[in-house]
Design a protein around this ligand. Structure first.
Ligand SMILES: N[C@@H](CCC(=O)N[C@@H](CS)C(=O)NCC(=O)O)C(=O)O
Length: 260
């Protein structure tokens, strides 16, 4: 199913890490052109509903866009068409006629700063130590936890994932595409290392990360002084979000909404 409406952030709706983000949908393309001198299409890979997805990286990118108040539309797309052969990827069209296909969430953010879509880097006001902490959190979640979650979804809960993520693919084709996905993920996870652990070992590693993430978030929430407990807070405990928030939010929300 394709969702071709525009999504833009409702600033008041961004309500901290574990809460939902409210969207406003713009139905016409012309409305968006009037608002901004560029257009961004985020390709999500599978269903493109106006909700969060099971992909931590799609959610991460969309969180980054919403934090800067950037309107965008979402489409389905395919990993085979993305510049890095992964989702998400974006099509960026600028009003000077330039257009680019961009892949990898970190590279996309950097490019959007370069071309002036994002007014500045999210981490620009951090001290060097805070920047190192921010990078460490992102690396933990993106380069470790995300592989454990990929195993949880595509190996341990394969049929739920296949029939959920690939619901729009007609049944006999889905079996074939699902089989290819399973083989691809198994091979990648074995190469990366996660595929070589026993179930108990992966569970232990996963729990360790979730527990430590919980400690970080609890500490950050506690640092929001003089506000109610449902006020927004950011993972480094500061006044503003940083890159690590986009990763943390993306991976938490993906885990909370995913059936697998
Ligand atoms: N470093 C990439 C990671 C993106 C990524 O791993 N996406 C997954 C889906 S959540 C994917 O496309 N996997 C397909 C594959 O690896 O072949 C980014 O930040 O965009």
């Amino acid at each position: 199913m394709t969702f071709d409406g525009y999504i833009r952030p409702d600033a008041a709706g961004f309500n901290g890490h574990l809460d939902s983000v409210k969207y406003k949908r713009e139905s016409s393309r012309s409305k968006m052109s009037k608002m901004s001198p560029f257009s961004i299409t985020v390709y999500r890979g599978f269903a493109a509903l106006p909700t969060h997805t099971w992909s931590p990286f799609v959610n991460k990118l969309e969180t980054r866009l919403r934090l800067s108040g950037i309107p965008y539309q979402v489409k389905v797309g395919s990993i085979h068409e993305g510049p890095k052969r992964k989702i998400p990827y974006i099509a960026l069209e600028l009003d000077n006629g330039g257009s680019e296909m961009l892949g990898d969430t970190a590279l996309i953010s950097k490019r959007l700063v370069e071309v002036g879509v994002f007014p500045h880097e999210l981490n620009k006001d951090l001290t060097p130590v805070q920047k190192a902490q921010d990078l460490a959190i992102r690396s933990l979640l993106e380069d470790k936890l995300s592989f454990y979650l990929a195993r949880e979804r595509w190996i341990d809960n394969f049929y739920t994932m296949r029939d959920g993520a690939m619901a729009s693919v007609p049944y006999p084709v889905r079996v074939l595409v699902g089989h290819l996905a399973y083989r691809g993920v198994s091979r990648s996870l074995y190469g990366q290392g996660t595929g070589r652990f026993t179930d108990d070992e992966v569970r232990m590693f996963k729990m360790e990360i979730w527990e430590h993430l919980n400690i970080l978030l609890g500490e950050a929430r506690g640092s929001v002084k003089g506000k109610g407990s449902d006020e927004p807070f950011w993972i480094l405990g500061g006044e503003k979000p940083t890159e690590a928030d986009t990763t943390a939010y993306g991976i938490i929300v993906a885990s909370l909404i995913c059936d697998a």
